[in-house]
Write a protein that binds this ligand. Structure first.
Ligand SMILES: Cc1cc2nc3c(=O)[nH]c(=O)nc-3n(C[C@H](O)[C@H](O)[C@H](O)COP(=O)(O)O)c2cc1C
Length: 413
């Protein structure tokens, strides 16, 4: 009997939007990289981009005619150039806009569709955003980049799940120096590859009530000073954002933060450990998934001063703050509980898992607190521990969402 031939997996498809920034020529290098990785590339250029770089070079490098007209003169499907905007949006496995002008960022954030690229971007399925597969690489003059309208538009796109790469600081084409340069081709390519190749299916968490704690607690020493730690809140916020993108009804309990709060997620502020414990326990009966990511200060002053002390020497007596995970483990609830630990030892994580009746511990070295990356080890009751490579916290939020989906499904069995 002849051996059955296995069907070749089809090539990944990248829709590359090029807009009218001076860095448009740099995107040619990305087309070369994408093709080198074996991916198909369909370039869509705006009219202003075509004034800065010839579309013929993009067509030659991508091996496909560049699309730019919303109403092409030729009949639809007469050739690849005339694929309708909806078909283009459906065709893509990943959408990258590089360089992204202030203009296209504003249009996408406001839902304006007045040319082919902006129309395609609005027609992109929401599932692509939820999987981190709509990537924006802004590039513009520093003052444009710092304009509150541009920042607000970009925040809005992030809320919707778009990933943003760059811009980098440095010398700009206008002769000024500052943030605004298109991110390096290596970084943009790595972000695309991470989203496309290292992608894992995300769970549908519709109907799941998720509660995430984020940030650091501050334990008062007196009315002005506090004892705290270096946690920024970035990990917890990324997790809350990702769970919401997966459809979970998500709430945050936040201590102090160095990151802006995401729009659209209800937040309870609980600055000290005691208040955080109360907020978590109050929400627990209506929670299906609890992710305890906040860095609770382990100690607090036994007595907080009523006034700011000016003594030459000050001795402090510290006491332990309440153990929120322990309090959760002693409460009646049905939630899947994920704890974070700043001790990278698997044995310590296993102890914590058992003692505090957790479903999963994310162990990561304390050096990652306040940084943009995490070096996690996942320790769960079911199965061996998994040590993952260092990755941006936003990428880990996707890994964790998948893991939570698995744990919730196991719980339902
Ligand atoms: C030479 C030149 C360079 C430009 N570079 C940029 C840029 O780097 N970033 C940006 O946001 N706008 C830049 N602009 C302005 C945009 O081209 C302009 O806002 C245009 O409306 C963008 O249209 P588009 O987003 O449809 O391509 C530049 C304009 C010119 C004339």
């Amino acid at each position: 009997m002849p051996a059955r031939r296995r069907a070749e997996p089809r090539a990944r498809r990248v829709l590359l939007g090029v807009t009218g920034g001076i860095a448009a020529y740099k995107t040619l290098e990305l087309v070369r990289r994408f093709r080198g990785a074996g991916w198909e590339v369909q370039v869509v250029m705006t009219d202003h981009a075509r004034k800065l770089v010839g579309s013929q070079t993009f067509a030659s490098l991508s091996g496909r005619p560049v699309a730019h007209e919303l109403f092409p003169r030729r009949r639809p499907n007469a050739d690849k150039e005339s694929i309708a905007h909806i078909e283009l949006a459906r065709w893509a496995d990943l959408v990258l806009v590089a360089p992204a002008t202030a203009n296209i960022i504003g249009k996408l954030a406001s839902g304006i569709a007045d040319d082919l690229l902006s129309t395609v971007l609005l027609a992109v399925p929401g599932a692509l955003r939820a999987r981190g597969r709509v990537i924006i690489a802004p590039a513009m003059n520093t003052r444009m980049w710092q304009h509150p309208s541009v920042r607000a538009n970009l925040d809005r796109l992030k809320e919707q799940g778009c990933a943003v790469v760059g811009p980098d600081p440095g010398e700009l084409a206008c002769g000024e120096s500052g943030p605004g340069r298109l991110a390096a081709a290596d970084d943009i390519f790595a972000a695309c590859r991470a989203a496309l190749v290292e992608d894992r299916p995300l769970p549908d968490l519709a109907g799941v009530r998720a509660l995430v704690t984020a940030g650091r607690t501050e334990e008062p020493l007196d009315p002005v000073r506090v004892i705290t730690n270096r946690s920024s809140g970035r990990m917890g916020i990324a997790i809350a954002r990702q769970l919401r993108l997966c459809g979970a009804d998500t709430r945050l309990v936040c201590g102090a933060l160095s990151e802006p709060l995401p729009a659209g997620i209800p937040v309870t502020t609980a600055t000290a450990a005691e208040a955080m414990k109360d907020a978590v326990l109050a929400a627990l009966p209506a929670t299906d998934l609890l992710v305890m990511c906040a860095a609770v200060a382990d100690y607090r002053p036994a007595r907080a001063g009523r006034a700011k002390s000016h003594a030459a020497r000050l001795s402090l007596e510290l006491e332990r703050t309440p153990d929120i995970l322990k309090a959760v483990s002693r409460s009646e609830h049905r939630a899947v509980v994920v704890g974070f630990s700043h001790d990278p030892s698997v044995a310590a994580a296993r102890r914590k898992l058992k003692e505090k009746r957790l479903d999963l511990v994310v162990a990561n070295p304390y050096e990652t607190a306040g940084s943009g990356a995490i070096r996690p080890v996942l320790v769960s009751r079911s199965g061996p521990s998994r040590r993952l490579a260092e990755m941006p916290k936003e990428d880990f939020a996707r890994v964790l969402a998948a893991e939570c989906g698995r744990l919730l499904a196991e719980r339902r069995k």
